[in-house]
Design a protein around this ligand. Structure first.
Ligand SMILES: Cc1cc2nc3c(=O)[nH]c(=O)nc-3n(C[C@H](O)[C@H](O)[C@H](O)COP(=O)(O)OP(=O)(O)OC[C@H]3O[C@@H](n4cnc5c(N)ncnc54)[C@H](O)[C@@H]3O)c2cc1C
Length: 417
């Protein structure tokens, strides 16, 4: 069939993963087309709280995210916009094991040149007068962390991508992956075929269905997530530059938003979605969570333990959406042995906004050079390939749900179990 268009790379999915990859490939001279089933940035990306925290449990991952902030600053210059709000962020410890975790992470961060240090409870109270601090055993502060609005990040990726020749096609679901001689040659849509020697699966919660089109198993799972946003409260003003927090013992995070506060939670028993059952016209931005939903009640209760002025009567909005988790909480970036030319870029496990700047660079490196300077061992797409327990959809869903449920519950650092 004569293709509608032939390019160097086809990207399936116009969320931050696909858009960042498209931009980086175009900056390096590739002809790229992004095919999006609905609107650009309207999957998980459009629902994100937008926190950018660089500190992770490993050196490799933290270094990757440190570089991501540099990419965001470069992006601001290229797109001539200001999208990053550098507020700094804090991790809190109210138990001895969390205090040990913080001690380990501060030592690890310092050893790789990351700007991080301990803060006393008194210093935390000065920075966040609207937060309970009397129970803190320790805290650490990362001054270069911050947040952004995902919609602004999306616009910046598109602006720079378009200037470098990326074509964006919306309302264009990919229905089939076309192969010949053991490698990918293009995709089929309702309008016809698009051809390219490289196709990138950046389908977020739908990524495992896209892999299925190539008879491949990608162990991602679609998991629900909820956060609240309070309205401005004169009694508890939230400065727009007050630091974000991560309080893993209570499983919550927060950041300032328009005079109020966003508080989100990685709950112990998250909701599992079947991406195959989401209708063709599914619009994530239309998802709603009822105020009397048990998950919302659990979130408000946890938020109130750290911010005692938050309770079920506090004026707030509730945002809910679907994330993509993997069995080990790390994304899948690269090819599977079963089909040459089909790259996967999915499974960002609640951190796709913060990871997307560096992931775009890594994907462009892997696609164009076959290697990257980054340590990608832990995010390689084939790390579960053909492993027992990672092929059956029900088993994969269980593992992804369990990983999401234990995400903030887990203790990190070198003394972690
Ligand atoms: C409530 C919530 C809060 C979050 N908060 C944060 C945060 O504070 N910080 C952070 O870093 N991350 C956060 N995340 C996670 C972050 O949003 C995701 O990790 C990130 O957006 C994933 O981007 P993506 O491009 O992989 O997926 P998506 O944004 O979902 O993009 C995938 C795209 O693929 C398209 N697609 C699917 N199938 C097809 C097909 N067959 N053909 C064509 N297109 C297709 C979809 O329509 C979609 O637009 C949050 C997520 C949620 C839900």
């Amino acid at each position: 069939m004569t293709p509608i268009e032939t390019s160097d790379v086809i990207i399936i999915g116009g969320g931050v993963a696909g858009l960042s990859t498209a931009m980086q490939l175009a900056l390096r001279g590739s002809k790229v087309i992004v095919l999006e089933r609905q609107r650009l940035g309207n999957g998980s990306t459009g629902r994100a709280a937008g926190l950018l925290g660089q500190l992770r449990g490993t050196e490799a991952h933290t270094k990757m995210l440190m570089d991501g902030i540099t990419v965001v600053h470069e992006l601001q210059q290229r797109a001539d916009v200001e999208i990053y709000v550098q507020t700094g962020s804090l991790r809190l410890a109210e138990t001895p094991e969390r205090a040990k975790e913080i001690a380990d992470l501060v030592a690890m961060g310092k050893s790789i040149g990351f700007d991080i240090d301990h803060l006393t409870a008194g210093e935390v109270a000065e920075k966040l007068p609207y937060m309970r601090t009397d129970d803190l055993l320790d805290a650490c502060y990362c001054p270069t962390d911050g947040h952004l609005q995902p919609a602004e990040l999306v616009s910046a990726y598109i602006k720079v991508g378009r200037e470098h020749g990326v074509t964006y096609k919306t309302n264009c679901p990919v229905r089939k992956i076309i192969t010949a001689g053991g490698r990918v040659t293009g995709v089929a849509t309702d309008e016809g075929e698009y051809h390219a020697p490289v196709v990138v699966n950046a389908g977020g919660p739908w990524s495992y269905l896209i892999a299925d089109m190539a008879d491949a198993t990608l162990p991602t799972g679609a998991i629900g997530h909820v956060y609240l946003t309070t309205r401005p409260d004169e009694q508890n003003p939230v400065d727009r530059l007050s630091p974000g927090i991560r309080n893993r013992h209570l499983r919550i995070y927060s950041r300032p938003e328009s005079g109020g506060l966003i508080v989100g939670m990685y709950e112990a028993d998250p909701l599992l979605f079947d991406a195959a059952k989401l209708p063709d016209d599914f619009d994530m931005s239309a998802m709603k969570a009822a105020r009397d939903d048990i998950r919302v009640a659990i979130l408000i209760d946890a938020a109130g333990q750290r911010f005692p002025w938050i309770n079920e009567r506090t004026p707030m909005t509730i945002t809910t959406g679907i994330m993509t988790f993997t069995p080990d909480g790390k994304p899948f970036c690269g090819v599977l042995p079963s089909l040459a030319g089909l790259f996967h870029c999915a499974g960002f496990s609640g951190h796709g906004i913060v990871q997307s700047p560096t992931i775009g660079v890594i994907m462009a490196d892997l696609i164009l050079d076959g290697r990257t300077k980054y340590d990608v061992a832990s995010i390689e797409a084939d790390r579960f390939f053909d492993m027992p327990g990672y092929r059956d959809r029900e088993e994969i869903n269980e593992k992804c749900q369990a990983m999401s449920g234990s995400y903030y519950g887990r203790v990190e650092g070198k003394s972690a179990p």
